[in-house]
Design a protein around this ligand. Sequence first.
Ligand SMILES: [Zn+2]
Length: 430
Amino acid sequence: MLCYTSIIPVNGVIPMAKSPQVKTANLQQVKAANRSLVFGLIYRDGTVSRAGLTARTHLSPTTVSSLVDELIDLGLVYERGPSETTGSGRKPVMVSVNPGGGYFASAELTRDGFDLALYDLNCKELGRSSERVVRYSVIGVRLIRAIEQLMSGCGLEEKRLNSICIGAPAIIDPDRKVIIVSTVLPMKPGKDFIAELRSRFPGIPIRLENESGLRCYAEMEYGAVTGIRDLLFIDIDIGIGSALILDGHLYRGSSGRAGEIGHVSIDYDGPACACGNKGCLELMANVPSLIRRVVSGMEKGKPSVIGELTGGETSRVDLETLRMAAERGDPVVCHALDETARLLASGINSVLNILNPQAIVIGGKMAELGQVLFDPLETHLARIALQPVSGSRSVYKSSLTGDAATLGGARLLLDEYLRQPGLGHAGRPG
Ligand SMILES: [Zn+2]
């Protein structure tokens, strides 16, 4: 995941610059790049000696020692003591990343407020809060206040806040950092609440990301399948959101609209969608459409245990009763699940044929059905896919909980932090 910069001097020799000003700038850039390189290696290895860093970086021992000392002064690295190796001679002093050397703020906007969490350099959660917001026009002010209160409540110094990520169920303009459109948030398109945060936290990188993208990122790093570099994540509830990881990177597309699998049409004569298309997957295979299929079967008088499980009240039909009924082999429910799986497979297959991901992870409420949905989905995918995704299984249930979006946001910030030469806010000397 680490990306090493190219401006690394070989054996500590720094390229000559043309003028004193340029030379000074280059020296600072090289120093910052090397500091990031050393920090990234310490982070990845967990514990390493200065000699080990010298061997890995090809920098001179003096340069490495100076960079490590600088990282120690910044509070990002600490000395753990001598190595536990049993060899003779002087044992090298090992260094490790100080998880408390910096932290990240990660928030997820919801229909009626937001969740906020702070994470240390190991992406361990330090604190969390939830806020209800009645007037979404003041969302920027509320986020600022919540960050301030959570930092204070956790006893964290603001100078160690590295960066902030805001996740939103929306299409995001990645350049202007504004929401283009959201069917969930009661927010006017184009409202620049990020500018308010930028004004309050000057110099601190602030990201605005699609929520499904953050969940997808969390799946890659902490989810059900590990070692995955190409991943399709699908979030199925009332809407169907999705996101893509391609070659280990979150893929947003040219204007932030990549991964909108919910608006792939699977029936050109189907119901009209708000997006202007017809027969969108979101309308045909979301949770309400599945429940409608079951209720429709019941109303046609087909035998089903659903009546027994719900006391005959169709309003009580939910995913838990569907799962229980399917496990008992209920024909109405099994038929509805099979039809929903067939439609999902049709939409998913379009992505598989174009991008050939290693795995598909399904999250959201629909994933609570587990194998009673995934088994027919696998069957339909195997029937229509050009080739298996990978191995014997292609569809996995998300193993992450409700904090996946904020966790993914924190991990995204961490990976950027490890890449940026200046090491962000906490790494800025002085
Ligand atoms: Zn649509």
